[in-house]
Design a protein around this ligand. Structure first.
Ligand code: UDP
Length: 413
């Protein structure tokens, strides 16, 4: 039987969550909401919009999604912005700035009629942020949605981008650490995972079990998994160290799954170090997966007994959310957004060192009941806080607040 998209989400997130969405959306019926970003596929923003826009439409909001067009020079420049806003000292030339502004002007012209009429415009990330300058007579509210880590931007570039951002009616950041002071309301909306995406959808038993044969794993011995890019901040050598300490007490296997790192010279050298540190142990499996191996990662997460995310620096840590949603106990580094997800001893364990991680690995492998209990709590916590439906509800609530000019804010100390 065909199920509408709202019913599909009700099945996983709960009827009450969808009812709540319907209630909030009631006052927004027919409203023209436009999302703008710079790519239709690839990356977390596109993934979210792919689902979020149809959900909004099903709630009777006149939602649409526009992607700006640009040439290689434009994307070269915005890649530089991206790196600079995440803290790197990047030089941008005058001619790049010219290309950036001209591209924004051209796209503003293409979307003119629609954007002038829109009630609400969400502009995602820095690529289209300059378009606002071309809409002095806009009638709607414009919101800048920043998905990146702006905690320590390279100042000259942030100063340039900030000048556009100040023209918006509000901004949204993912975490308080990422937010910047701006002369308009600043909202915090954490990221979310989509429970119906390939990465997170329920899989049948055969598909989950197929990873044992495919990756040469022994189904008789427990599996510990870390999914991460080969990046020092994910502490892959610390993961191997923790595994070796714990392995002295019990037999189990370690899987480290990450992408191939051909465009990242540092990734290559980290991978080399990881290979060296693991070469003496056939129970350490280093998997290089293509970037679209979402279903494989899903199956690996479900087939594993325990998940590690031993980061020493982390933005939010979507791998933690993904594993928790699959009712897996997670041992995570006590940093960044991992702290928002794991409550120590409750929805998982927080650790600071390989020794600490090894201790928790041993403890959990010896207390299967605790593993199960932690996994269930973890799943419930993600269900209540980090699903796409919560993300959408917060967008809708924000629209209601902006449209009604609610400017009394409660400041939480
Ligand atoms: N991921 C993936 N393939 C890999 C490594 C990671 O698809 O080889 C996914 C992972 O499942 C998660 C995202 O990439 O959805 C990583 O997000 P996270 O916030 O954990 O870390 P980041 O890489 O953004 O620092």
């Amino acid at each position: 039987m065909y199920q509408g998209i709202l019913e599909q989400y009700a099945n996983v997130a709960g009827e009450d969550v969808i009812d709540h969405l319907r209630q909030v959306a009631e006052s927004l019926k027919g409203m023209k909401v436009v999302h703008i970003n710079s790519t239709r596929d690839g990356g977390g923003v596109a993934e979210i919009l792919n689902r979020l826009v149809p959900l909004m439409q099903e709630l009777n909001i006149d939602a649409s999604w526009q992607v700006i067009l640009g040439n290689a020079d434009f994307f070269q420049c915005t890649k530089g912005f991206h790196n600079a806003l995440q803290g790197r000292d990047v030089g941008i030339t005058d001619s790049q700035i010219r290309v950036y502004e001209e591209t924004n002007a051209t796209n503003a012209e293409i979307l003119k009629a629609q954007l002038e009429e829109a009630d609400v415009v969400f502009v995602h990330d820095p690529q289209p942020v300059a378009m606002i300058k071309h809409f002095p007579k806009r009638k709607g509210k414009w919101i800048w949605r920043c998905h990146i880590d702006l905690s320590k931007p390279y100042r000259p570039i942030w100063k340039y981008i900030r000048d556009f951002v100040t023209g918006y009616d509000a901004s949204i950041f993912s975490l308080s650490e990422f937010a910047q002071a701006l002369p308009h309301p600043v909202y915090l909306i954490p990221p979310s995972i989509d429970p119906l995406s390939e990465k997170n959808i329920e899989l049948d038993y055969e598909e989950i079990n197929s990873v044992y044969e495919r990756f040469n794993l022994d189904p008789e011995r427990p599996v510990l998994l870390q999914v991460s890019r080969f990046d020092r901040f994910k502490d892959p050598l610390g993961v191997i160290h923790a595994y070796k300490l714990a392995k002295a007490f019990m037999p189990f296997q370690l899987v480290m799954a990450g992408g191939s790192a051909t465009d990242d010279p540092e990734g290559d050298s980290v991978l080399e170090e990881v290979r060296k540190a693991s070469s003496d142990d056939p129970d350490i499996h280093i998997l290089l997966l293509p970037s679209d191996a979402h279903r494989t990662i899903n199956a690996l997460q479900r087939a594993s007994d325990l998940i590690l995310q031993k980061s020493i620096k982390e933005g939010f840590g979507l791998t933690v959310t993904e594993a928790m949603w699959k009712a897996k106990p997670v041992i995570g580094g006590d940093v960044g957004g991992i702290k928002l997800q794991i409550f120590d001893h409750n929805t998982g364990f927080l650790v600071h060192t390989p020794e600490g991680a090894a201790l928790r690995i041993r403890y959990l492998f010896h207390h299967r009941d605790k593993m199960q209990e932690m996994g269930m709590k973890a799943k419930q916590f993600v269900k209540e806080n980090f699903l796409l439906t919560r993300h959408l509800r917060e967008y809708l609530t924000l629209i209601v607040a902006l449209i009604n000019n609610v400017d009394e804010r409660i400041e939480l100390s």
